[in-house]
Write a protein that binds this ligand. Structure first.
Ligand code: ADP
Ligand code: MG
Length: 499
């Protein structure tokens, strides 16, 4: 790959060293398991958690004479992913054998794509603390996964489970465009979001369906690219951040001591927070790639690509732009609301419940605020929480109609959460007498009482009008939060002679 630097060095990414500033350069190879009922070249099931070796066909076990048959669904998923990454779809691509022996891989080779991958260059947009960052995609290719070796079941024996052998993976290779551990984490999260929107990979890193090989190097800001180390098989976004931080510091220390970074493959150990060497470049294997003789080149026409493009779902960037334009939410709220497709659907269901369109900002405040806080406390996303879109809509409508204040809206939400999960907001407000008091006579009575009881405060507020907040607070308190705040303010001002 020819390495081109697309980024302008930004001091906020620089790391202080003993001899000056350093800049981290990161490129990722993400392995994403293709969502498909069967494997890439056989009809075996891909179900997670099946008993060992129960999903293994003769092809997966590499019995002599067995021939691979391409799974069309996996090809469609790879093309759809390419389209989601705004990438070039190659109408002709080739499968190659990557030869190496390991007991988890019966054929002695992995079927992969080398020189002619199914998908070429694309791009992923990141929102990193409000900054828009474009990360280049180098390529996406299809390949088979290996089986799993099990060493901890018996003191002197190892076992192999071939359930995963032959499962389709997409390897998504980024350009070396990432410049900090933060950007790397946002990249992984964004990639996972896109894959989940597309339904082409479930993105469950804990189950291994998405894993990252992270290439890290350091250099003087804006200088020549340094020698990289590749941290293999990182299976959580948090670990990715930690591994990069550790690795960059390790390389900086070596360089500042006058040494040279050796290109090697390393492993991250979450227990120690360190990376350690797995194999050096000298041990790198010659994979003797050659075109897979048992498979024809993959070929498709423009109509095939167009048909898949036409059926693509709305992707997070487009959804975000639409939420900003149609519902008036801030870019930040739109970004948070579109992190998960289900959350975006939930939000839209709240905004449009009952066939009318509500104030999108008010809904976003509630969904991203108190509802998200509650859902988080339960370890859930908002759409998985017990609060229904109809209830969110009901609360927002009550505030909009000035039946309750936004302060009481918070209380109402807590009542729904803790006591009345099925409750209808308007009915609860009615029954519990939570309606905002706009009856001026009733408010006036309370205002008069408080003014009469606090002559000292009256003197203070007349000298310093901003003190009015104290009176507002007292009135609200004695009305149980039900007085209309604007009416309270107006009355107080005229009674205290502040106008
Ligand atoms: P290989 O397949 O041998 O690992 P590639 O050239 O295909 O090598 O690059 C793999 C990944 O390493 C890509 O994501 C690329 O962006 C990244 N990369 C390449 N050079 C560097 C570098 N100097 N620093 C950081 N990442 C790099
Ligand atoms: Mg690599």
């Amino acid at each position: 790959m020819s390495l081109i630097d697309t980024r302008t060095p930004n001091p906020k990414h620089f790391i202080k060293g003993a001899t000056g500033d350093w800049e981290i350069v990161i490129g990722m190879e993400v392995h994403a398991q293709v969502t498909s009922d069967s494997k890439l070249f056989s009809g075996s099931s891909t179900a997670f958690g099946a008993p060992p070796n129960s999903n293994v066909s003769f092809v997966d076990a590499a019995m002599p004479g067995m021939l691979p048959v391409i799974n069309d669904e996996c090809v469609r998923q790879a093309v759809r992913t390419g389209l989601g990454l705004k990438a070039q779809i190659n109408k002709r691509s080739i499968f190659d054998r990557k030869n190496y022996f390991y007991p988890d891989q019966p054929p002695g080779y992995q079927i992969s794509q080398y020189k002619d991958p199914i998908v070429g260059e694309g791009v992923v947009m990141l929102d990193v603390d409000g900054e828009q960052v474009e990360i280049g995609i180098e390529r996406l290719h299809l390949e088979t996964d290996a089986g799993k070796l099990i060493h901890d079941q018996h003191p002197s024996m190892s076992f192999v489970d071939l359930n995963r052998a032959g499962v389709a993976l997409m390897e998504i290779v980024s350009k070396p465009d990432l410049r900090s551990s933060e950007e790397a984490k946002v990249y992984l999260a964004k990639l996972r979001t896109i894959l989940r929107y597309l339904g082409t990979c479930d993105g469950n890193m804990e189950q291994g369906s998405m894993r990252a090989d992270i290439n890290v190097s350091v250099r003087a800001p804006g200088g020549e690219f340094g020698t990289r180390c590749e941290i293999k098989n990182v299976n959580s976004i948090r670990f990715a951040g930690q591994a990069i931080e550790f690795e960059a510091r390790r390389q900086i220390d070596i360089l500042e001591d006058g040494g040279a970074v050796e290109q090697e493959t390393r492993l991250y150990d979450p227990k120690t927070g360190e990376t350690r060497s797995m194999r050096s470049k000298e041990d790198a294997q010659d994979y003797r790639y050659f075109p897979e003789p048992d498979l024809l080149p993959l070929e498709f026409d423009q109509a095939f690509i167009d048909a898949l493009a036409a059926e693509l779902p709305e992707l997070p960037d487009d959804k975000q732009a639409r939420f900003i334009a149609d519902y008036g939410v801030t870019p930040y709220d739109a970004m948070v609301l579109t992190l998960e497709r289900e959350t975006a659907d939930y939000y839209e269901a709240c905004v449009t419940f009952g066939g009318k369109t509500r104030d999108g900002k008010a809904v976003a405040n509630l969904v991203n605020g108190d509802i998200a806080a509650y859902a988080n406390s339960q370890g859930l996303s908002v759409w998985e929480s017990s609060i229904q879109p109809s209830q969110v809509a009901g609360i927002v409508d009550l505030v909009a109609a000035e039946v309750i204040s936004s302060k009481l809206a918070k209380d109402l939400l807590q009542i729904i959460i803790a006591e009345e999960p099925e409750g209808d907001p308007a009915e609860i407000v009615e029954r519990r007498g939570m309606k905002q008091v706009t009856d001026l006579g009733a408010i006036e009575k309370v205002v008069d009482e408080i003014i009469a009881a606090n002559p000292d405060q009256v003197a203070k507020v007349q000298a310093k009008p901003t003190m009015i907040g104290w009176f507002v607070g007292q009135v609200m308190k004695s009305s149980g939060g039900k007085a209309n705040p604007k009416a309270v303010n107006d009355l107080l001002k005229s009674k205290l002679g502040l106008e």
